[in-house]
Design a protein around this ligand. Sequence first.
Ligand SMILES: CC(=O)N[C@H]1[C@@H](OP(=O)(O)OP(=O)(O)OC[C@H]2O[C@@H](n3ccc(=O)[nH]c3=O)[C@H](O)[C@@H]2O)O[C@H](CO)[C@@H](O)[C@@H]1O
Ligand SMILES: C=C(OP(=O)(O)O)C(=O)O
Length: 418
Amino acid sequence: MYGLKGIRVVGGIPLNGEVRIQGSKNAALPLMAAALLNKGTTILYGCPKIADVFAMEEILRLLGAKTAWQKHTLEINTEFVTKTQVDEEQGRKMRSSIILLGSLLGRFGEGAVPQPGGCIIGKRPIDLHLEALKKMGAEILENQGQIFAKTTGLKGCRLKFPFVSVGATQNAVLAAVLAKGTTVLEGCSREPEVYALCDFLKKAGAKIEGAGTSRLLITGVEKLHDVEFHVPKDRIAAGTYLCASAITRGACTLLDAPVEEMGAVLEAYKKMGGQYTCNSGKLTLCSFYADRPLEHLQTQVYPGFPTDLQSVFMAVLSVAKGESKITENIFEDRFKTVSQLQAMGARIELEGNTARILPGYLKGTDVTASELRGGAALLVAGLAAQGETYVKNCSYIERGYEDICRDLSMLGAQIFKD
Ligand SMILES: CC(=O)N[C@H]1[C@@H](OP(=O)(O)OP(=O)(O)OC[C@H]2O[C@@H](n3ccc(=O)[nH]c3=O)[C@H](O)[C@@H]2O)O[C@H](CO)[C@@H](O)[C@@H]1O
Ligand SMILES: C=C(OP(=O)(O)O)C(=O)O
């Protein structure tokens, strides 16, 4: 399955039916990194089978961990881990490899990671990560694309992040859990994936107060213990399928959707004319009238509208009955998909970090994905385009979606892997 060349979509079919939402990529990866902190066994239920998770699994295995899958349950045993240098090839494949530094320092007092990869959606520096670790007593050396860290013992500290970073908050939390004394982190990310990490660590014996808020107080403990945990469902995958319903004016039900984490997304959907009900994790969408533009959609840190759904919503708005505006406030280079949507006929004008989307129609053609969510956005656009759309470079999509063709086919889409 991995290394998918392309995906062909037939446009114009209103989607209908039910699909179950996968486990969250951005929640699962930090939990896997956190498993290193416990010299023992971690069991993750509902772990998504996606390329990034397999890359993280491979990293853990190369460090000396034993891993085993049973359906969507991933067992990680880190008892015999002795290596502290993250494999360069795997580490460069994704963003989350950088947070292994916090875990490695916490458990072994040293660690090395390559410059992390992930989607090229901006410069994505790691200064906040390294500053936090330094403040806890780590010495850091960057040499030829590798980051080496060591410490004679991490110590609790007081730290205020100058702006919100999901990854830097997670790295600091991972380092603080086994540090000596108390760490107070302010200006933290309140993203659900940070809450999930804190929840997991608390279940493993960590002492963390303030989970879900911008101020975390962590009291270091001697060690963690074995833990079993359910990976939360993927709010971004759910948002993607909501857009697939919206753009085809369909009627879809998303099973296990993390509705409570989707406030801003559902609000935007409602403003577009979408209707929904939710009942015990079952999100029922009626998109018959989801054709209205959005005056001004702005990406924000949680609980604001997520940047990861910006391009997917742009695809939907390109066929709305009126003009919309989208401002991207998180990543400076997250409009790469615009040129591909334009190739499909979308009328989008860019000015700085704002896109003006004029009403129009989409037609099927060959387009190229250049990052994960942008790739998903092109597939969503293809669902409403006249004729057939062929999206190339789909291996990006496999980083985060377990099987987007399977899921959209469940809703009646004619979508085929190449
Ligand atoms: C694996 C994972 O969970 N990825 C998510 C995570 O990425 P990630 O954790 O990389 O995103 P951050 O929240 O750190 O980035 C936010 C902003 O801060 C900047 N920054 C970040 C760290 C730093 O040390 N210095 C710095 O300047 C970034 O360039 C960006 O402009 O949160 C993003 C924002 O919700 C999501 O789009 C990604 O899907
Ligand atoms: C940008 C994303 O992921 P990463 O941070 O792993 O590149 C994403 O999931 O949309």
